[in-house]
Design a protein around this ligand. Structure first.
Ligand code: SF4
Length: 237
């Protein structure tokens, strides 16, 4: 796979969101390239022709834009991130998420992080001193072989569980995002027990990965029955 990386100057960085009041996406595009990803609409919006997962625009002026924006906007919860993973591999080099975090924490803005990567642990020094921060790992299945089918370029499930545990033990409020609930999620509730403060769950709402379900005879995991079975495991905790 060829990754096309472009450094760009964005026009804005702190955007209103329908999920949380504000969202920051330090990158356009996502190296994790999950097969079902809803954010692939960004290809159309930005005019990229590369396949989803094979391009990333790096918003190198994101910290500068944020420093200016927080002077004029109402302080409210900021979501990192909505249409990219803020801790995708390029973040290890560019540290844009880290710089944005530092700015938000310094100005006491509430933050909610959502990632699939244990790279978030690099920023534990900032997170454990933040007044209002929640850190979530997306953990979509208990079976890493299933993860390899649907999210081949995202970090393994055991690494995500370890990251949650470490964050939680450090006193950071943590959550698991189980969305979409992939096949093989049986037992996930037990694996997450003691590592999280709460769970967010949703079923597969997109059709990009339908072929993977069909090719592997896993259509049962698309049914309401499967979703409620997994949800009951969490209700029982
Ligand atoms: S990590 Fe999130 S944004 Fe990135 S490809 Fe996967 S679902 Fe999409």
């Amino acid at each position: 796979m060829t990754l096309v990386v472009r450094e760009v100057c964005a026009k804005s960085i702190l955007s209103p969101s329908k999920i949380y009041p504000w969202v920051i996406n330090p990158y356009t595009g996502c190296q994790h390239g999950c097969t079902y990803c809803y954010a692939r609409f960004m290809k159309r919006v930005t005019g990229h022709r590369e396949p989803w997962g094979e391009f990333v625009d790096v918003k190198i002026n994101a910290p500068d834009l944020l420093r200016a924006a927080i002077k004029t906007r109402n302080r409210d919860r900021v979501w990192l991130s909505g249409v990219c993973d803020p801790y995708q591999p390029l973040e290890a080099e560019y540290r844009l998420t880290r710089q944005c975090l530092e700015i938000l924490v310094r100005h006491n803005w509430p933050i909610i992080i959502q990632t699939r990567s244990p790279l978030v642990l690099r920023d534990l020094d900032i997170l454990r001193n933040a007044r209002d921060v929640e850190a979530g790992l997306s953990v979509t299945t208990a079976d890493d072989r299933i993860r390899q089918l649907f999210e081949p370029d995202a970090p393994p499930i055991p690494e995500r569980l370890r990251a949650l545990e470490e964050l939680h033990n450090a006193g950071v409020r943590t959550y698991a995002m189980i969305a979409p609930v992939l096949p093989g999620a049986e037992g996930l509730a037990g694996l997450l027990k003691g590592k999280i403060d709460y769970v967010l769950m949703d079923r597969m709402n997109y059709h990009y990965a339908d072929q993977i379900y069909r090719d592997n005879g896993m259509e049962d995991a698309l049914t309401d029955g499967y979703f409620y079975r997994i949800r009951q495991e969490f209700d029982a905790l």
